[in-house]
Design a protein around this ligand. Structure first.
Ligand code: ADP
Length: 626
């Protein structure tokens, strides 16, 4: 028999194909199963109009058989089969897709809606050469009496000859390559591996994918003993949950699906199932996990949704479908509209994908808004787990997404519990024109800040910022409902009446000499020492001048570049109505130095800052005590 040659370009193409288009060898099985499913779809399509097709819908199936002794893997379908010409055309010409032609030929036929032909590039079949050094295709076309065998050992060429085959359909036999150190091709003969691959890539193929599986069963002859039974098993679940109508799906179905597919032990806290038609047509099924995924805070964590095209998985984590602030969302998108590239592994970064991503972003936001409105407790629980992500979302990308997120973020406040910015503004006192906040390690610690007293006395609520990102996020927002944000630990916090202001200014002028001396004692540590009337019964506090607050400076200093040495400009404020003010005025030089340093150290501790020399502080206090 004369061996036919692939055309020269084909040879090169085949080589390229085998070695570079696919990054995962395991996808060969997906490609062959998709082809088998296409072939069945074509025969089924024919059966809708042609009575001579005798196969009933429920008889269509795909079989996978492993033969360990001969190292062969066989994929069998009872689809439409191929004639001699078709074998030559479809398998002898690389990048020729009979399936694409089929779709083109039947364009406009409404019955085409009933089938879901997947193939379009005409290269998938050749991926079998990634794992096999010889591929044999035996096929009998529908309506034909003769069957043909196509055989090839790769780039060298192929032969076609007649063969015996009783039924219509195609049998593809892969002679697996020898194992190497890196590739254990013989794994593809193992039951667990076959079933894993079918589950992973082809779970929603609409025809049963059947393989032999061994089970332990009680021995009928010997009680208490077991025997291994071998039986056929359907590996795929066939109907994608997300394609079912919502009314058919029970909450448990969603939960089970989520846990199985995304390897979680806990039910998700929110399920979002949406069917969208219009600019882009797609089904999406998304979940917000109860807890952050194990590796969520590590740099290995990859965000993304699984992407399906017509029920076949083409990408495990498509990052472009989720914004960073929703990186905790798990799930999948199924769309027939995507323009896939040749390997189906990468998507062309097309317009369609952007439209889907935008719709998904909008959908998640609207579901969260709904939850916030209808189930406050549930939302607070969600927010305590993933809220920080949303706040980073406000801050990130120069605030590009802040408008869409500002009503989803919450803060703890002096009012007790969480509040949204909208709720805060609605509660604002008539005389209040700013949104007040204070930063600290915990709510309890913030509540103890001396600066809080005067603000609370006015009847103003204070937001408690305990996350690093909080202050950065509101700086990015700049204002909410035209109300500016004000840090109560900034020196320009202005709650005094004109009369009070006048008094304190006068006091500061009169005490200029004393205050200058104290500033000199503290050197560069502070930019000024001032008397203040906003401290209630507390003696001292620190405030920051200018744009950088103490908390921001702290966060920046923890960054890898140390925040480029950005520091807060500190002001030591002393309560002018406190007895300590008189003590300072009466102190001699030595005592004043001691007092000043002690007051400064105390103010730092109150602000949650560390002190450089605790020993000196302790010594000074002890000196005063004895
Ligand atoms: P694609 O599936 O993208 O069209 P392939 O290289 O996988 O490309 O297949 C080329 C063509 O070979 C298919 O379009 C189809 O016409 C034909 N073919 C492949 N496998 C089968 C099969 N099991 N039964 C019938 N025809 C098949």
């Amino acid at each position: 028999m004369r061996k036919k040659q692939f055309k020269a370009e084909s040879k090169k193409l085949l080589d390229m194909m085998i070695n570079s288009i696919y990054t995962h060898k395991e996808i060969f099985l997906r490609e062959l199963i998709s082809n088998a499913s296409d072939a069945i779809d074509k025969l089924y399509f024919k059966s809708l109009t042609d009575d001579s097709v005798k196969t009933k819908k429920d008889e269509f199936k795909i079989r996978i058989d492993a033969d360990k002794d001969n190292r062969t893997l066989t994929i069998t379908d009872n689809g439409i089969g191929m004639t001699q010409e078709e074998l030559e055309q479809n398998l002898g010409t690389i990048a020729k897709s009979g399936s694409l032609n089929f779709k083109k030929d039947n364009e406009g036929n409404e019955k085409l809606d009933d089938v879901e032909v997947i193939g379009q590039f005409g290269v998938g079949f050749y991926s079998s050469f990634m794992v096999a050094d010889k591929v044999v295709v035996e096929s009998k076309a529908f309506g034909s009496d003769t069957a043909y065998r196509w055989e090839s050992e790769g780039a060298d060429g192929y032969t076609i000859s007649e063969c015996d085959k009783a039924d219509t359909g195609t049998v593809i036999t892969l002679h697996l390559k020898e194992d190497t150190e890196n590739d254990r091709y013989s794994d593809y003969l193992e039951e667990y591996r076959i079933s894993e691959l079918v589950k992973k890539y082809s779970d929603y193929i609409r025809y049963p994918i059947i393989s032999q599986a061994s089970h332990q069963a009680p021995d009928p002859e010997k009680e208490g003993e077991y025997i291994t039974e071998i039986a056929d098993e359907t590996l795929n679940s066939m109907i994608p949950l997300w394609r079912k109508s919502k009314s058919e799906i029970k909450p448990e179905d969603y939960n089970e699906f989520y846990k199985q597919k995304f390897y979680d032990y806990t039910d998700p806290q929110l399920v979002i199932h949406t069917k969208t038609e219009g600019q882009a047509t797609f089904d999406a099924l998304m979940f917000i996990p109860e807890n952050p995924p194990m590796d969520f805070y590590s740099k290995d964590y990859e965000k993304g949704l699984q992407l399906y095209s017509n029920g076949v998985m083409i990408m495990d984590k498509c990052p472009d479908l989720l914004p960073d602030y929703f990186s905790f969302v798990k799930g999948l998108v199924d769309s027939a509209d995507l323009s896939l590239n040749i390997s189906r592994e990468m998507l062309q970064h097309d317009h369609q994908l952007k439209i889907i991503a935008k719709a998904i972003d909008k959908k998640i936001k609207s579901e969260l808004t709904k939850m916030l409105k209808n189930d406050r407790e549930k939302y607070e629980k969600f927010f305590s787990t993933f809220g920080v992500q949303l706040k980073w979302g406000v801050y990130a990308d120069y605030g590009m997404n802040k408008d869409g997120l500002k009503d989803l973020i919450m803060f703890k406040s002096s009012n007790g519990g969480y509040t949204t910015l909208k709720e805060y503004v609605e509660r604002m006192a008539e005389s209040q024109d700013k949104i007040y906040y204070a930063c600290g390690e915990s709510e309890d610690k913030i509540a103890l800040l001396p600066q809080c007293d005067a603000v609370k006395e006015k009847g103003y609520e204070i937001l408690y910022f305990t996350d690093d990102v909080d202050e950065f996020a509101v700086q990015m927002l700049m204002n909410y409902d035209e109300k500016e944000f004000a840090n109560i630990c900034k020196d320009d916090l202005d709650l005094s009446t004109e009369a009070e202001k006048e008094t304190i200014n006068k006091k500061n002028e009169e005490s200029k000499e004393l205050l200058d001396k104290m500033k000199e004692i503290l050197g560069d540590e502070v930019t000024a020492v001032k008397f203040s009337n906003k401290l209630g019964h507390h003696a001292v506090c620190l405030t920051a001048e200018g744009y950088v607050s103490m908390e921001m400076a702290k966060v920046l200093s923890q960054m890898p570049n140390g925040g480029n040495g950005i520091k807060a400009q500190l002001v030591l404020e002393i309560n002018c109505d406190h007895q300590i003010a008189d003590k300072l005025a009466q102190a001699d030089e030595d005592t004043l130095a001691k007092y000043t340093k002690i007051l400064y150290a105390q103010a730092r501790l109150i602000a949650g800052l560390s002190i450089d020399n605790p020993t000196e502080l302790s010594d000074s206090i002890c000196d005063l005590m004895v």
